[in-house]
Write a protein that binds this ligand. Structure first.
Ligand code: ZN
Length: 438
């Protein structure tokens, strides 16, 4: 139907899983409801555009090697193409693009389940940190862990994410907080990508928290991050983005601006952890430096959101963090009303260990004002743009990577409505990488 020649440029920095053997073919046929999100926007969908899923009924998708080559009504696609080596029957089911998780801290050692009891007692994120929990306890364990332990523990999490439909994820550093350890974490990302199917996009987050060695010397640590640390990260690692946690008690907007300006000069695109706990200029900074995304935004000012919309900065909604940290839920309905493009991420970390984008979609639709269609757009094509892969991932169109979900639900609205195992099959790069047990 809408055939198109392959013309997808490989990104400069990436960490991709092993490729499909050449010549392999896959057909997904008799699809009840195919969510294509077609339209090949060269930018994320904003405002009302987020509701247009490009649904085709009684559809099929044909893939060669790792790419989608034909999409259309089921009978025509089968008539146009030779029999495929692998066939998935999606009768009465939904097929959608693989989920892209736009924001994770998935690379760490250990766990912090003990903090759940502190949360039950009513302690806040800051109070838990003051009791020796929080980010710095994970920094200690991550620094102590061998490469092998970090790879094993993180790969297990990634496989969990894959079973819930995540085919690509952004992964931040930020539990190293020294030149040596930040470089080490970022260089583990390609090895992780080779060890399991989820495609990974590495982000440098040296400005995640104040390194313990720098207590009382926040300005000196910010200078280290924007100076030697960033220079070594750019020189030695595959980091594609640079992120800064701009927040009271963490990094100021001015420090963030200096770090992100230097990052841009070195070829890393900016991202911002913005206005999560207080309004502190994070949204404005993201617009000002031309960030790809600003994430969290619970307390962002209306002026800041409008500046982001004008500069086309994607707003990354992380409702799992509100759930896990008992923070207010973001009013993403208002963001969409302001004309913003919204993407979704899990913010998977030892504080909010959420592997399932289906759960994230469910929280977003129940508590943040997203419709089912908007949440699905946010978890696929917009999240792909938020990690710099919008031209390659996030929709079901010829030329795009064959990342597909076969969902055992009658229509896409069931995705956020239900909290259960609806993932019938997950396809990454034309290969079936997960099948639900019969
Ligand atoms: Zn985060």
């Amino acid at each position: 139907m809408f055939r198109r020649p392959h013309k997808v440029k490989a990104p400069r920095r990436t960490a991709a899983p092993p490729a499909q053997p050449p010549g392999a073919t896959l057909l997904v046929k008799d699809i009840g409801e195919l969510v294509t999100l077609r339209g090949m926007f060269q930018r994320p969908r904003a405002g009302a555009e987020m509701r247009d899923l490009g649904i085709v009924h009684d559809a099929a998708v044909y893939c060669e090697d790792d790419r989608i080559t034909d999409v259309g009504d089921s009978r025509s696609v089968q008539a146009r193409n030779p029999p495929a080596q692998t066939v998935l029957d999606a009768l009465g089911k939904v097929v959608a693009p693989g989920f892209v998780d736009a924001h994770t801290h998935a690379l760490f050692a250990g766990s912090r389940e003990d903090e759940l009891e502190m949360k039950a007692e009513g302690l806040t994120y800051r109070e838990i940190a003051a009791r020796g929990g929080g980010i710095l306890s994970t920094v200690r364990r991550t620094r102590e862990a061998s490469d092998e332990v970090l790879l094993r523990e993180t790969a297990a999490r990634l496989r969990g994410m894959l079973r819930h439909g995540t085919t690509t994820a952004e992964v931040k550093s930020g539990y190293g907080l020294s030149v040596e350890h930040e470089v080490r974490l970022l260089n583990l990302v390609p090895r992780l990508a080779e060890s399991q199917p989820v495609e990974l996009v590495p982000t440098f987050l040296g400005a995640h928290a104040l390194a313990p060695e720098y207590e009382g010397r926040a300005a000196a640590y910010a200078e280290l991050v924007g100076g030697e640390m960033l220079a070594e990260v750019a020189r030695q690692t595959p980091a594609r983005f640079c992120d800064v946690f701009v927040e009271e008690g963490y990094f100021t907007a001015d420090q963030g601006r200096r770090i992100l300006s230097e990052a841009k000069r070195l070829g890393l695109d900016p991202k911002v952890h913005a206005d999560e706990l207080t309004a502190c200029g994070g949204a404005e900074l993201a617009a000002d430096v031309g960030a790809v995304s600003a994430d969290h935004l619970l307390h962002a000012t209306t002026a800041g959101l409008r500046e982001m919309a004008a500069k086309r900065v994607t707003a990354v909604l992380l409702p799992g963090t509100s759930f896990a940290s008992k923070l207010p839920y973001a009013d993403a309905r208002r963001w969409i009303g302001e004309g913003l493009a919204v993407a979704l991420g899990s913010d998977l970390s030892p504080n909010s260990w959420i592997e399932s984008m289906q759960a994230v979609i469910s929280i977003a639709t129940h508590h943040c004002g997203l419709t089912a269609a908007e949440a699905l757009t946010a978890a696929t094509v917009n999240a792909a743009h938020a990690v710099g892969k919008g031209s390659e991932l996030g929709s079901v169109e010829p030329g795009k990577k064959a990342d597909l979900l076969v969902l055992d639900i009658p229509n896409h609205r069931h995705l956020g409505y239900r909290q259960g195992d609806v993932m019938d099959a997950v396809v990454k790069g034309g290969r079936v990488v997960h099948r639900r047990a019969a």
